[in-house]
Design a protein around this ligand. Structure first.
Ligand SMILES: [Fe+2]
Length: 249
């Protein structure tokens, strides 16, 4: 019985990532998949990339892409963080390590497919950039289009709001379903939440364990004050990026 961890949206939050990795090991997972946004917003992009390089599979996210190329469509705060992140990627410890990190990000795929199971950062339609929010269940056109493109299961991230979208246009939050969902033949889109910047009102890191046909949502407490202080100490990272971590928003 293989237990696989699916993580997403680490966003340079090393404290959160280290704590989640300890939980993943304690849970007996033997594989780690990452749905992108290793960097952006957070204070330790290089260290997070070095850890992500040890994962079994990683997909590119919009912040990873923006850190390498031109940021487009981001808020001022996010763009400033992206430009700072790029500086870190380009001026890390040694030229060899910098090159290896940039090379790793530049070669990440946009999607991963395993039979009828898809892995993306955003959505099945637009893997890098499209958000699928809980309130989109009221947007029939959008949801019908997305579900028509899902073969059976689509694991995604990007919104930092964990939960399960079902084809009958409902969204189940982890706490409503006992942090557990059984996968059947019905189509679902599963948002695995965010390790480094949760936005569902719960500050704890979130990730998913996939075991046979059951998914478990895990919430993990980490030392959020350490990350907040690191953000405060970097002038290019707006203090609000630290403050939001405490509230999970
Ligand atoms: Fe993200």
């Amino acid at each position: 019985m293989v237990r696989r961890a699916i993580v997403s949206d680490i966003h340079g939050n090393l404290e959160a990532l280290k704590t989640v990795l300890a939980d993943i090991r304690a849970q007996g997972c033997t594989q780690i998949l990452c749905l992108g946004d290793i960097v952006g917003y957070g204070p330790e992009p290089n260290a997070c990339i070095d850890i992500a390089r040890t994962f079994d599979s990683t997909i590119i996210g919009n912040h990873d892409l923006a850190a390498l190329f031109d940021p487009e469509g981001f808020s001022n705060t996010a763009e400033q963080a992206i430009l700072w992140t790029r500086k870190q990627l380009e001026s890390g410890d040694t030229p060899e390590n910098c090159y290896a990190r940039l090379d790793f990000i530049a070669n990440l795929p946009r999607t991963r497919r395993e039979g009828t199971v898809m892995f993306v950062h955003g959505s099945v339609r637009n893997p890098i950039n499209e958000y699928v929010f809980p309130e989109d269940i009221y947007n029939n056109r959008k949801m019908e289009k997305l579900f028509s493109m899902v073969q059976r299961i689509c694991f995604q991230g990007h919104t930092h709001v964990p939960g399960v979208f079902t084809a009958d246009m409902s969204f189940r939050r982890p706490e409503e379903i006992g942090y557990k969902f059984d996968l059947g033949q019905e189509k679902v889109m599963v948002n695995v939440g965010s390790v480094g910047q949760p936005r569902d009102g719960d500050w704890r890191s979130c990730y998913v364990i996939l075991e046979d046909n059951t998914i478990h949502f895990r919430r993990v407490e980490y030392d959020v004050d350490v990350t907040i202080q690191k953000i405060y100490d970097i002038p290019d990272l707006d203090n609000s990026l630290g403050d939001r971590l405490r509230d999970g928003r």
